[in-house]
Ligand binder design. Sequence first.
Ligand code: ZN
Ligand code: ZN
Length: 84
Amino acid sequence: MAQNYYCKYCGFSSGNVNSLTSGNCQYHPNGTYKGYHVLYEGSIKSSYTCKYCGQASSHIASLTSGNCQRHPNGIYKGHHEPAL
Ligand SMILES: [Zn+2]
Ligand SMILES: [Zn+2]
């Protein structure tokens, strides 16, 4: 079965790391599409928890679509990021 790889910033998924990391990421910490997708290196889970604030969601994409009140860049200055 094909494995899916996910971007830890936006939840974008691809069948291989090369094509994942060649695309620009809309939730990149440097700004919208200001950098490439970055591989989420944790295990695939039924629930993902934000490492900053503890918010949980069943999909990386839905977790990272929200702004995080404990983001290191400032309150709601960035998106949730899944813990590994
Ligand atoms: Zn991304
Ligand atoms: Zn958060």
